[in-house]
Design a protein around this ligand. Structure first.
Ligand code: HEM
Length: 163
């Protein structure tokens, strides 16, 4: 599996898990177990009870998946991959979704914000899934092989056209 495929697939699976945890938090009524944001009781890792752990874990899963989303954006931009614009939009959507999650807490689970947070989860998931499918459809980039004493091949020599 290529690096990009691994990153996008991990981000997609992470998003499903984050949505599961979000619904679990809501079902348990633990939405305000961490009363502040982005930290929880002013700490990265607070003292846990069941509710605090659930809310903290929802945020932590999102943090973990954001590393994959950011990684996919970096990889596509460094390689000038045509998917780089979609990867950047996906990263932007994740940022917005995280801010909506923060507002969910700061505005004390106001029903409108919670609804927007959930609806936006679908938008982000759709974008992330599209990126993953396209990454899997894309042919892997040709490997650059250098022979001792010879210059590395150019894109023209790889595609068979003369300069
Ligand atoms: C990819 C990012 C995220 C996804 C996909 C996501 C998804 C969800 C989903 C599906 C729910 C359930 C909503 C419902 O049942 O009505 C939820 C709830 C919640 N999310 Fe997120 N979320 C994300 C990021 C965050 C972040 C960064 C925070 C930061 C605080 C956060 C805070 C919350 C809270 C507090 C709830 C519970 C709301 C309530 O109890 O009413 N979420 N999330």
């Amino acid at each position: 599996m290529t690096l990009l495929r691994g990153l996008t697939l991990s981000a997609t699976l992470g998003t499903i898990f984050a949505a599961f945890m979000g619904s679990y938090v809501r079902g348990k009524g633990a939405g305000l177990a961490c009363p502040d944001w982005p930290l929880c009781y002013g700490q990265l890792v607070p003292a846990f009870d069941e509710y605090i752990f659930l809310e903290w874990f929802h945020r932590t899963v999102v943090f973990a998946l954001s590393l994959f989303v950011a990684g996919a954006a970096v990889v596509t931009w460094r390689r000038r991959n045509p998917l780089r614009y979609l990867a950047l939009v996906t990263l932007g959507l994740l940022f917005v979704q995280a801010v909506m999650g923060g507002l969910t807490v700061l505005l004390k689970t106001h029903v409108l914000i919670v609804a927007i947070h959930q609806a936006f989860a679908f938008v982000f998931f759709a974008c992330q899934t599209a990126l993953t499918i396209l990454a899997f459809q894309q042919a892997p980039a040709p490997r650059r092989v250098t022979v001792a004493g010879q210059p590395p091949p150019t894109s023209a020599s790889i595609s068979g056209t003369s300069a």
